[in-house]
Design a protein around this ligand. Structure first.
Ligand code: 5GP
Length: 177
C-alpha cells in the first residue's frame, strides 16, 4: 500500500463555512432576481456547490461539467478536455461557474472559453481557493473565497489521487524532507 502523505489543516470547517456564507451573500445580491444557472466543475467543486446553494434562497438551476487535466499526478498536463457534458442549454442564461481551485488557470480559462462560445447572457466565476503564484494564463475571478499559498491542497472536495475529498477541512500536504 502507498505511504500516506502528512496533512496539515489550512482552513478549518468553521472558516470554510464563514467564507461560503460570505460568498453566498455577495452572490445573492447580484443574482436574486436573475434565475441563474450555476455550473459546477467536477469533481472538486461538488461540496462547495452543495454548501453554497443551501444559502441561496432564490430560484436557480444547477448543472455539472466534467473537465480532465491533472490525471493522477500533482501537475497539470496543460491539456484539458470535456469528459462530461452539460445537460442544460446555456444560450441567453445568466451563468455562474463554481470552481474549487484556480492554479495555473488553464482549466478555468478553457472552461470559460468553452462556455462563452455557447452565448450565455452573462458568464461569471466563483472560486473557493485561488493559488495566484502558479498562474500561467489570466483568469478574472468575480467571487473569491480564499487566496492560498503554493501548496497542494486536499479536502472539502479536493483530492490527492482521488482520496481525501471527504475531509471537512481544507488541508495541505506537507513537503517531505
Ligand atoms: P489549473 O488548470 O488551474 O492548473 O488547475 C485546475 C485544476 O487542477 C483544479 O480544478 C484541480 O482539479 C487541480 N488542482 C490544482 N491545484 C490543486 C491543488 O492544490 N489540490 C488539488 N487537489 N487539485 C488541484
Amino acid at each position: 500500500m502507498d505511504s500516506q502523505p502528512k496533512l496539515r489543516v489550512l482552513f478549518s470547517r468553521q472558516e470554510i463555512a464563514a467564507t461560503v456564507s460570505r460568498l453566498a451573500t455577495e452572490i445573492s445580491q447580484d443574482y436574486h432576481d436573475k434565475y441563474p444557472l450555476l455550473i459546477s466543475i467536477l469533481k472538486g467543486s461538488f461540496m462547495f456547490l452543495a454548501d453554497l446553494i443551501r444559502h441561496l434562497d432564490f430560484p436557480l438551476e444547477v448543472d455539472f461539467i466534467g473537465l480532465a487535466s491533472y490525471g493522477k499526478g500533482r501537475h497539470t498536463s496543460g491539456k484539458i478536455k470535456v469528459v462530461q457534458s452539460l445537460r442544460s442549454p446555456i444560450k441567453d442564461r445568466e451563468v455562474l461557474v463554481i470552481e474549487d481551485i484556480v492554479d495555473t488557470g488553464l482549466t478555468t480559462a478553457f472552461c470559460l472559453d468553452y462556455l462563452r462560445q455557447k452565448k450565455p447572457a452573462s458568464l461569471k466565476l466563483c472560486v473557493l481557493t485561488d493559488k495566484p503564484s502558479r498562474r500561467q494564463v489570466p483568469v478574472t475571478i468575480d467571487y473569491l473565497g480564499f487566496t492560498v499559498p503554493n501548496k497542494f491542497l486536499v479536502g472539502y472536495g479536493l483530492d490527492w489521487d482521488e482520496k481525501f475529498r471527504n475531509l471537512p477541512d481544507i488541508c495541505f500536504i506537507e513537503d517531505e524532507d
